[in-house]
Design a binder for this molecule. Structure first.
Ligand SMILES: Cc1cc2nc3c(=O)[nH]c(=O)nc-3n(C[C@H](O)[C@H](O)[C@H](O)COP(=O)(O)O)c2cc1C
Length: 178
């Protein structure tokens, strides 16, 4: 897949609509990936993203100990892999091998990017003050990647209990922001 650098000032445009993402981590060379929909933009630049990662998940241990992850944005055609990664634990299996997900090397973090996703954000944990109370990690995006040919790909939006909304067409309306 062709990837180019996405300016950090543009990162909010990927996450503001709230797509389901794949959060990838790694420890001691062993990667993991989990599905996540509880995330929110918190700042434009540097982009800050808050997310809830349950302390029951293996990813919680990896994120807390390594303080690094990638947020990968899948298009709707990856729905089967997205659901699979959200219903199995890396404690039990290698989800990359089991579900045919490709780990590719990131530039600023040890955690891998998910090759099938049209955008990937390399993140460092910058604030853990709300982890104890809410399992809420604050991440700074330090590098962002996008496949320009698929930047408007339809995304998945979780509506609970196995139901998803699929992103539709993009429309342009007046905005103060250039
Ligand atoms: C659509 C979807 C959204 C999810 N969102 C979250 C989330 O925001 N936070 C979370 O902790 N778990 C979320 N999960 C559950 C985890 O993906 C799931 O518990 C996974 O098995 C954890 O994997 P791990 O043990 O390898 O970390 C979601 C699952 C699905 C299917």
């Amino acid at each position: 897949m062709h990837r180019r650098t996405l300016p950090l000032s543009q990162v909010y445009r990927l996450l503001e609509p709230g797509p389901v993402v794949l959060l990838s981590t790694a420890r001691a060379g062993r990667p993991n990936v989990m599905t996540m929909s509880w995330h929110t933009m918190m700042e434009f630049e540097p982009p800050l993203v808050g997310c809830v990662v349950s302390n029951r998940n293996y990813s919680f241990d990896l994120l807390r100990s390594t303080r690094e992850c990638a947020l990968n944005v899948p298009s709707a055609d990856l729905a089967d892999k997205v659901v699979a990664c959200g219903n199995a634990s890396g404690r039990d299996i290698d989800k990359f091998a089991a579900f045919g997900v490709t780990a590719i090397t990131a530039s600023h973090i040890a955690a891998p990017l998910v090759g099938e996703c049209f955008a990937s954000l390399e993140c460092k944990v910058v604030d853990t003050r709300l982890v104890r109370a809410y399992n809420f990690f604050i991440l700074e995006v330090v590098k962002a990647w996008i496949d320009p040919a698929r930047k408007d790909a339809p995304t998945l939006h979780h509506r609970g209990m196995g139901r998803f909304m699929v992103g539709g067409k993009t429309i342009t309306l007046p905005s103060r922001m250039k």
